[in-house]
Design a protein around this ligand. Structure first.
Ligand code: NAD
Ligand code: 0WE
Length: 265
C-alpha cells in the first residue's frame, strides 16, 4: 500500500509533462493519493486535462494565483467535490522576462519586483489561507518549490532570487502559524531542470552542464527526484519535519569547491 493512500492532494502549477508539478503528481499518485490540479490560461486547458487523466484525476481548475477571486472560486469549486484536503503543492513562479536578463541593478524595475513577489512568493500564503478550512485538523502538509538563488547570487536569476528568499521566509512563518492546526509547511530547493520555466533562459544548457560536472552525484536532478521528495515530505513519514528547506540538487549546494568531471587529478 502506498504511503499516501487515503490522502487528497491539490497540485498548483502544472503547465506541461515536463513541469516539476507533473513529477510530483506522478509520485503522489503512485503512492496512492487522489489528485486535483490547477493550471492558468485557457490555452493550457486541454493539455492539462490529458495530463490529469494520466494520474486518474478529473478535478482540473483554472486558477490565477495573482487574483484573490480566482483563488476563492477554485477553492469553493474544489469544496463541492472534496470535504477535506491533506496536501497542497505550490509549484508556481513568474517574473517578467526582461528582469531575468542582464545585471540585477539595471534589470529590476519596481513593477518587475512587484510581479515577481506577488506571483512567486505571496501566492503561497494566499493559497495556504484559502486551503485552511479544508486542511485544518488533518495532519496535512504544504510544499513549495524554491531555488538556490534564494540564498546565493546566481547570474540572471536576479529578482527571482529575492522573491525565493521571501518565499522561504514565508515557509517558516506559515509553519509556525499552521503547525498548531496540524499542517506542516516545507520547501524543496531543486537543482536546475529543463522545464517551460527554464526554456529561453540564455545559457540554461550551460548551467545544466556545469551543475552535472561539479555536483557530488555528477548528474542533474529530474522531475522524478523532486516528485519523490515531495511525496515523502507530504506523507506521515515526514510527520516531524516542518519549516524546512530540503535540497534536492545532487548535493550541489553542499560543495565549496569541486573539480569538473569525475577525475580529480
Ligand atoms: P513550469 O513552467 O512547468 O511551471 C511554472 C508554473 O507556474 C506554470 O504551470 C505556470 O502556469 C505557473 N504560473 C505562472 N504564473 C502563474 C499565475 N499567475 N497563476 C498560476 N500559475 C502561474 O516550470 P517548473 O520548472 O516546473 O517550475 C515550477 C516551480 O519550480 C517554480 O516555483 C520554479 O521556480 C521552481 N523551480 C524550478 C527549477 C527549474 O530549474 N526548473 C529549479 C528550482 C525550482
Ligand atoms: O525559478 C526558476 C524560473 C522561474 C521563471 C522563469 C521564467 C521564464 C519565462 C520565472 N519567470 C519567468 N518569466 C518568463 O517570462 N528556475 C529555478 C529556473 C531558472 O531560471 C533561471 C535560472 C534557473 C535555474 C534564470 C536565470 C538563471 C538561472
Amino acid at each position: 500500500m502506498g504511503f499516501l493512500t487515503g490522502k487528497r492532494a491539490l497540485i498548483v502549477g502544472l503547465a506541461s509533462d515536463r513541469s516539476i508539478a507533473f513529477g510530483i503528481c506522478e509520485a503522489m499518485r503512485r503512492e496512492g493519493a487522489d489528485i486535483a490540479i490547477t493550471y492558468v490560461g485557457e490555452r493550457f486547458r486541454e493539455r492539462v486535462i490529458e495530463l490529469a487523466a494520466k494520474v486518474d484525476s478529473t478535478l482540473v481548475y483554472d486558477m490565477d494565483v495573482s487574483s484573490d477571486d480566482s483563488i476563492a472560486n477554485t477553492f469553493s469549486a474544489l469544496g463541492t467535490q472534496w470535504d477535506s484536503l491533506d496536501i497542497l503543492v505550490h509549484s508556481v513562479a513568474f517574473a517578467p522576462r526582461e528582469a531575468l536578463t542582464g545585471g540585477y541593478t539595471a534589470a529590476t524595475s519596481r513593477e518587475a519586483f512587484r510581479v515577481a513577489h506577488d506571483i512567486s512568493s505571496y501566492s503561497l500564503t494566499a493559497i495556504a489561507r484559502a486551503a485552511q478550512p479544508l486542511m485544518q485538523g488533518r495532519q496535512g502538509a504544504i510544499v513549495t518549490m524554491t531555488y538556490l538563488g534564494a540564498v546565493k547570487s546566481i547570474p540572471s536569476y536576479n529578482v527571482m532570487g529575492v522573491a525565493k528568499a521571501s518565499l522561504e521566509a514565508s515557509v517558516r512563518f506559515l509553519a509556525a502559524d499552521l503547525g498548531p492546526t496540524g499542517t506542516r509547511v516545507n520547501a524543496i530547493s531543486a537543482g536546475p531542470i529543463k522545464t517551460l520555466a527554464a526554456a529561453g533562459i540564455p545559457g540554461f544548457r550551460k548551467m545544466l552542464g556545469h551543475v552535472a560536472a561539479v555536483n557530488p552525484l555528477r548528474r542533474n536532478v529530474t522531475q522524478d527526484d523532486v516528485g519523490n521528495a515531495a511525496a515523502f515530505l507530504c506523507s506521515d513519514l515526514a510527520a516531524g519535519i516542518t519549516g524546512e528547506v530540503l535540497y534536492v540538487d545532487g548535493g550541489y549546494s553542499s560543495v565549496g569547491m569541486s573539480f569538473a568531471g569525475s577525475d580529480e587529478s
